[in-house]
Design a protein around this ligand. Structure first.
Ligand code: NAP
Length: 304
């Protein structure tokens, strides 16, 4: 049986698309993938999602989005889509247990924080290594924090982490930062922030939890071991779009190419959220993209 619409991903983009598509009687199938809720579900306090003046927890927000979408007929499927054939409609999707044929697809697979790829990083995830200041900053009150990266995220999150840490060192592989001037000025004025320029982390070491990192100066080659409790990595994101490589147009980083109405390079396939958006990257903007993609999918199906 050919279904009308599949939504791949169940973060704010996918779940908002599901709500709108549900209300348009498209009975969308929503494939959850490896982690229900996406990045926002790994966040504790969400204070900038309109409509919740007291803030709420990330998982609470995605659970509420799920219930709202299900109320209008969205069908949440706890499967990960592992292969797709988008060469012509009906499009074919397969998980490890089932195969599906659908008339239209919304890709809302989101993005994953990039890793440093150094020894000790994987071993200490959740035990001193983190990719989410909002999630984990609280655990580092009066502790030594190291932030890696030289972009807006490193600066914004580094500033946020000064609420908790005794000191926040921003380690960057070059002398110059890519972060915007305002963030750079704010960081420079913050007494808790120090900069370690032209340096990379070579290794993260500890015993059950992070204790120190080995830093290498990329200009002089000098190596130094320095005590640290928390290593927060903000070196960009990688869109979760490998599945579509060779079938949909994407940029050199893997972000899907879309037009202003979120149509991808294949008619009937739409994208919403961080699978295509490398700029705004907010739960509310992803939700907005989800709404737009569902409205376009509805029009596409109506015209078919
Ligand atoms: P980004 O701008 O791509 O910056 C990533 C940083 O990580 C760069 O400084 C890069 O170094 C460094 N880096 C990359 N790979 C590395 C590696 N393997 N080891 C060490 N360092 C590495 O990413 P982002 O900061 O997440 O920002 C992404 C987008 O969102 C940007 O367009 C940004 O403007 C936007 N954003 C805006 C705000 C805001 O408040 N306006 C906040 C957050 C994000 P190089 O500089 O040497 O390349």
């Amino acid at each position: 049986m050919t279904e009308k619409l599949a939504i791949i991903g169940a973060g704010p983009a996918g779940l908002t698309a599901a709500l709108y598509a549900g209300r348009a009687f498209l009975e969308p199938l929503v494939f959850v993938g490896p982690a229900f809720g996406g990045q926002i579900a790994t966040t504790t306090e969400v204070e900038n999602f309109p409509g919740f003046p007291a803030g709420l927890q990330g998982p609470e927000l995605t659970q509420a989005m799920r219930e709202q979408a299900e109320r209008f007929g969205a069908r949440i499927v706890e499967e990960t889509i592992e292969s797709v054939d988008l060469s012509q409609p009906p499009f074919k999707l397969a998980s490890s247990s089932n195969r599906y044929e659908v008339e239209a697809v919304i890709i809302a697979t989101g993005a994953t924080p990039r890793k440093l790829g150094v020894p000790g990083e994987d071993e200490f995830i959740g035990r001193g290594v983190s990719y989410c200041a909002t999630c984990d900053g609280f655990f580092f009150r009066n502790k030594e924090i190291m932030v890696v990266g030289g972009g807006d995220s490193a600066f914004q999150e580094g500033l946020f982490l000064t609420k908790f840490g005794s000191r926040v060192r921003i380690v960057h592989r070059r002398d110059e930062f890519r972060a915007g001037a305002t963030l750079q000025a704010r960081a420079a004025q913050n007494p808790k922030i120090e900069f370690v320029r032209s340096a990379v982390i070579e290794r993260i070491e500890g015993n059950g939890k992070v204790k120190e990192v080995v830093l290498r100066n990329v200009k002089t080659g000098a190596v130094e071991t320095t005590p640290v409790d928390g290593v927060f990595v903000f070196i960009g994101h990688k869109p979760n779009t490998e599945l579509f490589r060779g079938q949909l147009e994407m940029d050199h980083e893997g972000y899907l190419t879309v037009d202003s109405r979120l149509h991808t390079s294949v008619p009937g396939v739409f994208a919403a959220g961080e699978a295509h958006d490398n700029w705004f990257k907010q739960a509310i903007t992803s939700a907005g993209f989800g709404c737009m993609a569902a409205m376009e999918a509805e029009k596409y199906l109506a015209n078919k």
